[in-house]
Write a protein that binds this ligand. Sequence first.
Ligand SMILES: NC(=O)c1ccc[n+]([C@@H]2O[C@H](COP(=O)([O-])OP(=O)(O)OC[C@H]3O[C@@H](n4cnc5c(N)ncnc54)[C@H](O)[C@@H]3O)[C@@H](O)[C@H]2O)c1
Length: 323
Amino acid sequence: MIVVTGAAGFVGFHICRALLAAGADVDGLDSLNAYYDVRLKHKRLEILNAKQGFRFIHCDISKPAEVRAAVDTNAIEVIIHLAAQAGVRHSIEAPFAYEEANLRGHLSMLELARAAPRLSHMLYASSSSVYGDRAEGPFRETDRCDHPNSLYAATKRSCELLSESYSRLYGIKQYGLRFFTIYGPWGRPDMAYWLFSEAICEGRPVQLFGEGLLRRDFTFVGDVAPAILAMTTQAPGDDAPHEIFNLGNSKTSSVLDLIGVIERNIGRTVPHILAPAQPGDVTSTCADITRARARFGFDPRVGIDVGIPQFLDWFKHYRQNID
Ligand SMILES: NC(=O)c1ccc[n+]([C@@H]2O[C@H](COP(=O)([O-])OP(=O)(O)OC[C@H]3O[C@@H](n4cnc5c(N)ncnc54)[C@H](O)[C@@H]3O)[C@@H](O)[C@H]2O)c1
């Protein structure tokens, strides 16, 4: 059995769906927090609950006793830990939510891993934000990551260090996944591509932080899922029991490029309000994916010109049916 935390979240939903399609038994954990519209989480769960092999467990992963009471530790083979308080900007307003979900939550999952006698290995979500504010890319896993630009980034880097210590202390094998701006159908309402799409659909102006010049390595969720599935079946070797992988597209686009794709697809342009970068924002992200490509055949192929229209097809349909 595979435990997936954050199963009702964007990435967790896609990973559960891919695992179930491959015939896995999945226990999906989520607290269904209200960081964004919970109806979207329930809609994702409706789809997962209809599949054979899926069991939803409503629990707070930062409470170790709650997790231990809900999950059969003897049955766990792999843990995919994706639950977190996401979002760079929100970490400025609600720092303790990040301490609880990300630090305590991560430690709680490491303790679950320690208590699971049949566990092969654990995967967990980290983030490109650990690389800090650097104009130069691409970012390599071997680069130093000592200057987080936000509390969110600091918690994600801390998770990597907690994992390293549990790997050394208890031999828990792990892959840390540094995700680079993942987007796609069933995506996140707090992220720029969603907010811009919503504004453009409604004919409202869009606000461009960093004057639209910030660059991101936009990564289509459908490109990431196969690599994660491959990682569940191949445990880390004894020579590298805890290894970190960049999962990004490896091409960067500016926020203005992103808006251009959305405007062309929707067939409407809106005024652009240029605003300074926000605290926590980084100038640019770009993944070097040599490691994940070599180990797991990670091969991202979907650029924003193809992936954003796929998101928009889903988004328009979702908006019509949610109320
Ligand atoms: N989407 C991206 O671009 C991106 C980029 C970098 C890193 N990440 C990381 O990937 C992971 C998945 O992100 P996502 O985009 O799917 O975000 P998401 O917010 O859609 O999903 C996270 C899920 O975790 C759940 N959760 C939060 N705290 C919890 C707790 N204490 N107990 C149980 N469940 C809890 C939430 O309810 C949510 O459903 C996160 O760890 C995030 O930090 C995502």
